[in-house]
Design a protein around this ligand. Sequence first.
Ligand SMILES: [Zn+2]
Length: 303
Amino acid sequence: MALLSFLPHRLSQRLTALYFTVSSFSLQRRPRTTQTTAMASMTVTKIPALKDNFMYLVVCNATRQAAVIDPVEPARVLEVAREQGCKLNQLLTTHHHWDHAGGNEALCEQYRQHADWGQLTVYGGDDERIPGLTNRVGQDDTFAIGQLRVRCLATPCHTTSHVCYYVEGGDRGERAVFTGDTLFLAGCGRFFEGTPDQMYDALIGKLSALPDDTRVYCGHEYALQNLRFGHQVEPDNADTRALLERAQAADLEGRRALVPSTIGQEKRINVFMRVHQPAVQAYVGKGTPLETMQALRAAKDKF
Ligand SMILES: [Zn+2]
């Protein structure tokens, strides 16, 4: 996949689509279990899609207004939204890759065909490669899902226009962040269109600065591979070892249950968020956080 960063965008998008289509063909029949986190102000439902993607439905409990993040399988999203009796009128895109934005057009078409559903607003970074965009957003842009407050975090690197969405609700300050392919449980996205200092800014400058209890909803289920890598980098990290044991013991559904993580947990286990740690720097033989970020990503690409 690293080859893709050298190809023209249109061709690279086609190849990406082909890659993910082939990946999903190779699947056996698999459980389609959703997992729901109910907080006082918001309800977040994790909906597995394709091979290892996650789509998310976020509902404001007070108003039943809802948003979906990266609905690559729109029919499945509409089914879950119907089950929950919410009013889905917002689509949040983390980035243009087909396995995230590939359902935008089909979902928009559904809203065109059903006038009584109202408008579908489509948010995403300023990028013509994202289908159906109505609202282009960048760093610190805000909007609401019912009474929930959303703040956009521009996190270019995996793609130039990648956006994470930080959602806050209620007096108790419940918080969640939807991180697409920037931050995974114990890992981060590949640097397809960006540089190590951009990923440093995203992970250390922006995401690490969120409150520790922020729930982290990432775009893929990569926990086991990421934790294996993290354990190799930091064999003495007890938190990583404990989570790796949970990831290894569990079946796929159990492993999926490790998402959401939290910002606090990621700061303890995610080596890409720990590039200041002497042990992490020593693993790649580098002396600065930025060099460590670059070398760590290169090591993970070959892991
Ligand atoms: Zn991606």
